[in-house]
Design a protein around this ligand. Structure first.
Ligand code: FE2
Ligand code: FE2
Length: 236
């Protein structure tokens, strides 16, 4: 007798053709494409701010552009047009925060926003999406996910090398940025759930990924706990 193959995600497979799925996909696809666009722009700006790392940062910008094209083709593959109006609105607080820091040549907030916050958001979202993705989107998402992990290392290397001098600034900037992250996760939550994604794992994944990244550059576990907990961030 042939062994039975068990596919644990079968029960969760969404109806990709339903109107409800297609509407949520249109909005989340817009979020992802817009997010990749922001990431591309942010790396271009960071390449100006950190000329000694120009080549790696420009390379990251090119990779984000490739991800953007990949996610655009996911929508095309399903015959769904991305909704950008909403996506631009969801990202505007983070975009404005980056732009304000960039205008004042403040490297720490810019690097923290792109290299840690945007990358950890992407990693959390892509990880939560993979178990419920259609085959085409899954392949695109897996490739992007691998690259985002590489991008995390760019910021980690710089923050590690300058940790003692920028530690207090990171903590202060973190307090102003995490509430924006929770706001983004809350706003995309409903559509993520309609795609079959597990919301708790999306938030947990972000917290774990972000916390591990902070620990890697030199923060203690206790410091990370107080920096990344939802309650502290919202109380800031
Ligand atoms: Fe990306
Ligand atoms: Fe990235």
């Amino acid at each position: 007798m042939l062994p039975l193959k068990v596919h644990p995600t079968v029960a969760l497979t969404p109806d990709y053709d339903s109107a409800d799925y297609r509407e949520a996909y249109s909005r989340l696809n817009g979020i992802v494409i817009e997010g990749e666009q922001e990431a591309h722009n942010n790396y271009l700006r960071l390449a100006e701010m950190l000329p000694q790392h120009r080549d790696e940062l420009l390379n990251a910008a090119r990779m984000e552009r490739r991800h953007q094209n990949g996610f655009q083709s996911c929508g095309t593959h399903l015959g769904i047009e991305a909704d950008f109006n909403w996506a631009e609105d969801v990202f505007s607080p983070l975009r404005e925060r980056f732009a304000a820091a960039s205008a004042q040549e403040q490297l720490v907030p810019c690097l923290l926003i792109q290299s840690f916050v945007v990358e950890c958001l992407a990693i959390a979202l892509y990880n939560a999406y993979l178990p419920v993705a259609d085959d085409f989107s899954r392949r695109v998402t897996e490739t992007a996910l691998k690259d985002e992990h590489e991008h995390l290392k760019l910021g980690q290397a710089w923050f590690k090398a300058h940790f003692e001098t920028v530690k207090t600034e990171i903590q202060a900037v973190n307090q102003t940025i995490l509430p924006i992250v929770w706001q983004i996760l809350t706003r995309i939550g409903q559509d993520a759930a309609r795609l079959g994604m597990d919301l708790e794992s999306l938030e947990e994944e972000f917290t774990i990924q972000y916390g591990e990244t902070l620990q890697d550059i030199g923060f203690s576990f206790q410091e990370v706990l107080s920096m990344s907990s939802y309650d502290n961030a919202m109380a800031a």
